[in-house]
Design a protein around this ligand. Structure first.
Ligand code: PMP
Length: 361
């Protein structure tokens, strides 16, 4: 077996892509399986994409300065401390390529996002998984799991697929407690859904061992264009730029992302709509005997009696043209992760879960 064959493959690790993105033979599929924004991107971002048609023969900017400046302006950050990637997945990949490798450990928690394991293995690092406490990241368990080989500690806040998050005091305790050679990566893919939360940006500025990653795939509705970014101390940015390809992000993605981040009214509307529909969905599911933890993101983790019931409900939903996500691969076999859709989507999935709980198969 070659070294590469020994590593994880995105294709093998079905839990990330979820296996099915369409349902053959079923028309009108409602996709609530990938935490996408059901309202799509800002109209300004769509216009920006159309304008790019005239630039398709041109290589994109290699320093991404227009997008970095827009992010800095809108979020009150330093443009020189930003790096852009083809999705935040690529920033996570850069971190593992640059700081991981043989003899190093990459730590994440038991229900942590799949990409941490994929990237750790691809870089030759040893993945180290620590327990959570009732589906919430446990700072003490992480600190106890660190060794002199730990190079990266990943937590998503809010977390996927649990939807839970920890407070800033806990994050600060984590940043202060990890070993000197390690970096804490705060994955803020869902940060925009939390009112008043900066994803850890200020902490990045205060410390030399914290990195924040963000994406345009969630609230900004640009998953198909593959664009994300990271915020880190200058020394880390310099290292990441050494593993980044010069044209890693397309001109279309850069233009759409800049327009999207500048359309703050649209983002605010998506945040408010998501909060309202999320509350409605979790209450409707609870009324049907399917509880969920309080979610801070754009999905709910619906809990069933056992793994068998969760699987049977998923199969029933598929028959109704509803795609949600089984999360057994994340150590949550009795749960289904359901993205907060638009109002018809939320009503449809709540109704179908109700029918299933009432005995429909
Ligand atoms: N982090 C978390 C926690 C996620 O859920 C996702 C997407 N599912 C990502 C990162 C990656 O997002 P992208 O590569 O599309 O930016």
């Amino acid at each position: 077996m070659t070294q590469i064959e020994a590593k994880a493959s995105v294709m093998e690790i079905d839990l990330y892509v979820g296996g099915k993105s369409s349902l053959e033979g079923v028309s009108n599929v409602t996709k609530l399986s990938s935490n996408e924004n059901p309202f799509g991107p800002s109209p300004d971002a769509q216009e920006a994409v159309k304008r790019c048609v005239h630039e398709l023969h041109r290589y994109p900017s290699s320093d991404h300065s227009a997008l970095r400046n827009a992010l800095a302006e809108i979020h009150g950050l330093k443009a020189d401390n930003i790096i852009c990637g083809a999705g935040s997945d690529e920033v996570i990949t850069f971190l593992c390529q640059a700081y991981g490798g043989e003899g190093t450990e990459v730590l994440y928690t038991e229900h942590g996002f799949a990409m941490y394991r994929i990237c750790a293995l691809a870089a030759g690092s040893t993945p180290v998984v620590v327990k959570e406490r009732d589906r919430v990241v446990d700072v003490d368990a992480i600190l106890a799991g660190c060794t002199d080989k730990t190079k990266l500690v990943f937590i998503a806040n809010p977390a996927n697929p649990t939807g839970t998050m920890i407070g800033m005091a806990e994050i600060e305790r984590l940043a202060a407690g990890i070993p000197d050679q390690a970096l804490l990566v705060l994955d803020g893919a869902y940060a925009e859904y939390v009112e008043g939360y900066d994803g850890g940006a200020k902490l990045v500025e205060m410390r030399n061992n914290v990195v924040m990653t963000r994406t345009f795939s969630k609230i900004y509705g640009l998953g198909g264009l593959r664009i994300g970014w990271g915020y880190a101390p200058r020394a880390v940015i310099d290292v990441l730029n050494r593993v980044r390809g010069p044209f890693n992000v397309s001109n279309t993605a850069l233009a759409a992302a800049e327009a999207a981040v500048r359309d703050t009214a649209y983002t605010e509307k998506c945040r408010a709509d998501n909060a309202r529909l999320r509350a409605w969905l979790s209450e409707a599911l609870a009324e049907h005997g399917v509880p969920s933890d309080t979610s801070t993101a754009n999905f709910v983790l619906a809990r069933f009696a056992d793994a068998e019931e969760a699987k049977a409900c998923d199969a029933y939903l598929q028959k109704q043209g509803l795609l949600v996500r089984q999360v057994a691969g994340y150590g949550l076999p009795n749960c289904l992760r359901i993205t907060v859709g638009d109002e018809p989507g939320c009503r449809q999935v709540a109704h179908a879960v109700g029918q299933f709980k009432a005995g429909a198969r």
